[in-house]
Design a binder for this molecule. Structure first.
Ligand code: ATP
Length: 200
């Protein structure tokens, strides 16, 4: 079974691509969602977060106090790096356990910060999804009902999109000129073939 990463900048269309692949029968691990969930459920991680960011990191009912954590890491790169250094290893371990349960020819791990977090390690290939900055801005503003400034602020934590695409083995172009669906189905066929070759 091939393990394939799926990444791209904010609003590039990663989730859109992942949903199509799911329809084609490919299991997808959504790393960002999993990380959020692990912060609420993984006891060892919770204790590490409390030790680092204080007991106010969790409400009395044990649920993560996102506002508290966000206030600490907002505009503080060092604190954000510490947070990531705790959450990413937990997510990597969780994804590994998830991989072992899958039986499809290939599986996808979708993550916005695949390269930034070091979670691309151990993957056979990485798919990048790219779209022009103006298109990404507009799509995220429409999707999340936020300002361009807010989207740009989120983008500032990610490595440059062009650099990111250079690190990918396959690139899907999700702009307003090229149709996305045929690119996904062609890549799916290619990956099925690679998965078959890998078992020979
Ligand atoms: P994020 O990193 O913020 O989670 P993402 O890379 O997962 O973003 P999506 O959520 O898949 O991006 O796409 C961003 C928005 O753009 C969504 O509302 C999606 O429906 C829309 N979108 C994606 N691709 C297209 C397209 N080809 N045409 C029109 N809208 C699109």
């Amino acid at each position: 079974m091939l393990k394939i990463g799926l990444t791209g900048g904010i609003g590039s269309g990663k989730t859109t691509v992942a949903k199509v692949l799911e329809v084609l029968g490919i299991p997808v691990y959504y790393a960002d969602d999993a990380a959020k969930q692990l912060m609420n459920t993984n006891e060892a991680l919770k204790q590490q977060l409390i030790a680092e960011f204080g007991k106010d990191t969790y409400f009395e009912n044990g649920e993560l106090n996102r506002k508290h954590l966000a206030a600490i890491v907002f505009n503080n790169k060092e604190k954000l790096a510490v947070l990531n250094s705790l959450v990413h290893p937990a997510t990597i371990a969780d994804a590994k356990a998830w991989f072992t349960k899958q039986t499809a020819p290939y599986v996808i791990k979708e993550a916005a910060l695949l390269f930034e977090s070091g979670t691309a390690e151990g993957l056979d290939y990485v798919i990048g999804v790219t779209a022009p900055l103006t298109v990404r801005l507009k799509r995220v503003m429409d999707r999340d009902h936020v300002t361009a400034e807010e989207v740009k602020r989120r983008m500032a934590n990610q490595i440059d999109e062009q650099l990111k695409m250079k690190l990918c083995d396959f690139v899907l172009h999700n702009n307003d000129q090229q149709l996305l669906l045929p690119q996904i189905t062609a890549l799916h066929e290619q990956l099925l073939q690679k998965a078959k070759e890998a078992t020979l």
